[in-house]
Design a protein around this ligand. Structure first.
Ligand code: TRP
Length: 366
């Protein structure tokens, strides 16, 4: 079966095939139909449009505006988690209409799964104004494991503009009983007062277990290992050596001057200090093409004792184009340290609408 973009196929046809194949690769075949169904439900009307029509909304989920991105989390116990980052779209897309579509999709998800909306309800009025600003207001993460499908929501700290973002994050933490986390997080700002470090996502697990997390994400422009180390020091479980190896293997640069490095600090109920710290490196801006990105990522996976062949199969599940013919299929690679589980996550683009051409010059280490 060819999976490269065919113009007549619909967005749902394209992503449905990818998701079914990804489920098979990571041993989740029994969830394939369910996940394809949930995905189409969230995507909304854009899903039935053929791919030769342009994307109806410039979703920031992926570079080509496909409203979904896949990721595979390699877990220490040898299992894999499949996750989908999805943006809901309205029939007539726009910031306010998409937010309404997302809230309606959340209602449907809550009918399907036993979601706990308490913490979402506690912060929604902070993060979801009727006229949202910024590139998105509410995204979903659908987290698929053998045992269950879980849901996480991403809110946008920039939704009232950039200057308001730190205050919004502080207020959000406060409403969730995490007020004590804020002074510590601010104290680990790598470049205090600088606008190069920006709060970019505020994420909440929608389940009600002791493992439910709140994650605070920041984007760090023109940053490098020095900034990451400072940020990571907030979390007692950060291993500076592992972090240094990660950046050397995936990026190989002193300063990342293209797309920003991203970090997240992870909190469980009542925490003052983060339980976990993750770093996301937008590898696609620092390689010539996906063949290079795949090679670096497999090196990292092997160094961590993961089965790198699973990544080859996951890549083959989403595309059959030559990997050196484009860049961006592997969008980010992330390193997770501490709780809930350490490991590596690889983000794969659906490339429904476009494939970016290889970089003109090789960037970073070969
Ligand atoms: N596409 C956006 C970006 O690259 C948002 C995004 C999607 C993202 N997946 C991500 C950001 C994973 C960080 C990590 O910024």
């Amino acid at each position: 079966m060819r999976i490269t973009r065919s113009r007549a196929v619909s967005l749902n046809g394209h992503t449905g095939t990818q998701v079914r194949r990804l489920c098979a690769v990571v041993g989740l075949t029994h969830r394939a139909d369910e996940v394809a169904d949930v995905l189409a439900d969230i995507i909304g009307p854009a899903g039935s449009r053929p791919l030769d029509e342009p994307a109806p909304w410039r979703s920031d989920v992926a570079d080509d505006h496909t409203p979904v991105e896949y990721s595979i989390a390699f877990e220490e116990d040898g299992s894999h988690t499949l996750r989908l980052l999805v943006e809901a779209g309205a029939r007539k897309p726009g910031p306010a209409a998409n937010l309404r579509a997302a809230l309606a999709a959340l209602d449907r998800l809550a009918q399907r799964y036993p979601l706990s909306l308490e913490r979402f309800t506690a912060v929604r009025e902070l993060f979801l104004p009727a006229e949202p600003r910024g590139v998105f207001s509410l995204w979903f993460s659908i987290v698929v494991t053998k045992a269950r499908v879980a849901v996480k929501v991403y809110l946008n700290p920039q939704v009232h503009g950039q200057a308001a973002a730190p205050g919004l994050v502080a207020a959000g933490l406060d409403r969730l009983g995490l007020a004590a986390a804020w002074p510590d997080l601010s104290a680990h700002a790598p470049r205090p007062g600088s606008t190069l470090d920006r709060f970019s996502f505020f994420a909440i697990d929608l389940d009600d277990t002791p493992r439910s997390r709140v994650k605070v994400y920041q984007s760090h422009f023109r940053a490098g290992l020095r900034e990451l180390t400072r940020l990571g020091a907030a979390c007692p479980l950060t291993d500076a050596g592992v972090l240094a190896d990660f950046t050397a293997t995936i990026g190989g640069l002193d300063s990342y001057d293209g797309r920003p490095l991203v970090t997240s600090h992870i909190y469980l109920d009542g925490d003052e200090r983060p339980r976990g710290f993750s770093v996301y490196l937008p590898v696609r801006d620092y390689v010539r093409d996906d063949e290079v990105a795949l090679a670096r990522t497999k090196t990292l996976l092997s160094a961590h004792g993961f089965d790198a062949a699973v990544l080859d199969r996951a890549v083959a599940a989403v595309t059959d184009r030559p990997l050196d013919s484009g860049v961006g299929l592997i969008a980010h690679v992330s390193l997770r340290m501490g709780r809930p589980r350490p490991g590596v996550t690889v983000y794969l683009s659906a490339e429904a609408y476009a494939v970016a051409a290889p970089a003109v010059e090789a960037v970073g280490a070969a």
